[in-house]
Write a new protein. Sequence first.
Lengths: 360, 360
Amino acid sequence: MRPVPIETSRRWPAVPVTMRDVARRAGVSVKTVSNVVNEFPHVTPATRARVLAAISELGYRMNFSARSLSLGRTGMITLAVPELRLPYFAELSDEVIAVAAERGYTVLVEQTGGVRERELEVLTSDRRRMTDGLIFSPLGLRPADARSLEVDYPLVLLGERALHGSVHHVAMGNVEGARAAAEHLLERGRRRIAVVGSYDERGAGAGSLRTRGFTEALADSGIEHDPRRTGEALEWTRTTGAQAMRRVLERGADVDAVFGLNDVLALGAMRVLFERGLRVPGDVAVAGFDDIEDGRFSCPSLTTVQPGRAQIARTAVWLLVDLIARGEPAGAGGRELVVAPELIVRESTGGPDGSGDAPK
Amino acid sequence: MRPVPIETSRRWPAVPVTMRDVARRAGVSVKTVSNVVNEFPHVTPATRARVLAAISELGYRMNFSARSLSLGRTGMITLAVPELRLPYFAELSDEVIAVAAERGYTVLVEQTGGVRERELEVLTSDRRRMTDGLIFSPLGLRPADARSLEVDYPLVLLGERALHGSVHHVAMGNVEGARAAAEHLLERGRRRIAVVGSYDERGAGAGSLRTRGFTEALADSGIEHDPRRTGEALEWTRTTGAQAMRRVLERGADVDAVFGLNDVLALGAMRVLFERGLRVPGDVAVAGFDDIEDGRFSCPSLTTVQPGRAQIARTAVWLLVDLIARGEPAGAGGRELVVAPELIVRESTGGPDGSGDAPK
DNA sequence: TACGTTAGGGTAACCGGTTACCTCGTAGAG
DNA sequence: CTCTACGAGGTAACCGGTTACCCTAACGTA
C-alpha cells in the first residue's frame, strides 16, 4: 500500500480567492481592488502595484458569475444556426466568433437543426438568458411566427428578409444573387436549367427568395421553369442534393444546367453528374450559392454567389453590440441592413473565359 | 406631432421579475418557489400549481448569473479548437455541442487558430473561467508546455497523444490510421508516395504521429520516403495543400500516390492533380485523414481514415461532465481513452473493388 | 392522551463583485 | 493661513438564487 498524498501540489488554490482576500493582503479596500482590476484611472501607482502583487501572490481570478450578477451583463452572446457541420454556417460562425472576440464578447453556439420548434425554443429558452443578446439565423420559422421575434432582449436576425417585421436584421441579396446566377447560366446558352433544393412553402427562408430570383430571370428571357426539372430537397446537404439530382435525371428530364439553391446542394448534384459520366460544364453547367471554400477547390471549381458572409458577420456583431450598449430590446423596431451579393464565375459554368469545357 | 407611447406593449416586463416577486404573488416563500423550479419532490400539487401560475402571470425567468454564483457552477463548458471553418473541427464542434446539450450543458466555442500563444492563453484566460470545464484540441503546444495543462479545473484534451503528461485525454489512432492508409496505397502497388502537409518539429500535434505511421509502413515494405516527395504545409487547409502539391510536382518529383495528412490537404492536392490533367486514381492515387463530409462527395471520392470523430466527441463530453461532477481538476492525473481509426476506401485509390480507374 | 416522526415550507445568511455615498488628506486659490 | 476642490480610497447595501436551519401541522403508535 503506497501512501496517498492528501494535498496535491496545485499551483492555484482549491479554495477560491476573493477580492476581499486580495484587499486584505494588499492592505486596501475591495473598492480599490475593483478599481485596479477594472483599470479605473484614479489609483496611485504605488497602490496599484501593491494590489497587483497581492493578486499574483494569491492567484486571484475574478468570479464572472458574481460580476455578471452585479452588472446585469454577461459579456456573452448567443449565435443560433441550423447546423455547424454545414460549411456555410461553420464559416459564418468562425467569423462571428472572431469579430465578437474583437469586441470583447464570447460566443455561445446553439444549433437548431433548422427545425421550427427548436428555433422558437431558442428565442425563449432559459439558456439564451445566460447571454446579453442573440444573433439568429432562422430556417424553419414562418411569417406567422414574426411575433415571437419581438423579444425583450437585443436580437439581430440573419440572412432572411421575409420575416423582418420590426426586428433588426442583416439580410443577404437572395433574390438578386439567384437572379445573377440564373442570368449567367442563360448567357452561357443554357435553357434547360434544373433547380436542386426546395423549401417549405409556409417558411420564410432563403429558399423561396432564391427560387424567386431564379424564376424571374428565366421569365425575363421568356422561359418557363419546367417543374420536372426541380429536384426536391428540403434539407440542404450534399446527400440530399445528390438524391435530388438523381431523381431529376431518373425522371428523364432533359438538363443542360443545374442551379443549386446552395453550394452543398450543387456539389452533391455535381457528384451525381460525375457518376453518370456527364461532363461539367461540357454537358451540364452547375452553379451554386454561398461561396463556401469547398467550391473553390472542387473539380471543376464551382460557380457561385458570394453573399457577403464576412460582411454579414461583422455587421451583425457590431449591430448587436450596439443594441446591447443602448439596452434596446428587439421589439423596438428594426433596421434592415442588406449586404450585396456577388457572382463568382468558375469552371463549372465554363470559367471566366466562357469556354464550354472544364480545363483539363 | 403624434403622441409617443411611453410604455410599449411588451410581453415581458422590462424590470426583471425575481423569485421574491413570484413568492409574494403566489403567497409562498422563495424556498418554495425554488423548490418548484428545481423540481424538488416535496411540494404539494396545489402549491406547485399556485407557484407555476404566478410564474407565468409575471413572466418570471430565472437569472442564471445569480444561480451560477450561488451554485458555483455555470452549466457551460468551453470548447477550444483551432478554426471552425476547417471541416474537421466544424463537424467535431457540431457533435460536441449536440452531446453537451443532451447532458444539459451549453458550449462556448473558442478559436485558437492553432497558435501556441493563443492556446496557452485559453488555458488561463478569464473567459475560460466563465465555464465549468474545457475540452481542448491543441495544435501549437509543445511537449515543454505540458505543465501548463495542469490546471485547477476539469480539462479534457482532444486528439493528441504526445502531450499527455497526466491530463485526461481522448486520443485518436493517428499512427495506426496513417499506417493503414499507407499500407493501403502500397497494396495498390504504389511506391512513389508523396506526403502533403508538414508540422512543427517542436510541436506535439497529429502531424508527427501521422507522418510516423506513414513512414513506418513504408519502412516495413523496405521503402524509404524520398523527402523531395514531401510537400510542406504547416497550416492544413485546401489552399496550402494545393500549394504543397504544386511544389512537389514542380520539383519534378515522380509521384504515383499522395497521402494528405488530413482530408483538406488531400483535396487541395487533388485539385492540383486535376489542373495538371493527372487522373485520380489512374495516374495518382490519393488518400487523406479525417473523413470529412466533402471527401464522400468529391470527384473522385476520397479514400480516408475515419478517426472516430463522433466517438471522440461523445467520450470527451461524458468524461468532462464526469470530472465536473466529481470536482476533479486536471492536475489530478489522467486517463487516456483511445478511439480506434478505420480506413475508408473510396474511388481516389481505386475504390473498394481495387480497380485502378475512377468510375466514369 | 402523549409523543415521535416526517412532509411542507419559512427565514436569513451567503455566494463575490459593483458602486452610491462618504471621509480624509492635500494642493492650489484667495 | 484658511478655505475650497478634488483625488484616493473606505463602508456597506445590493444584484437574485440557494440552502442550512428552524418551525409547524398532521399522522401514526403505544
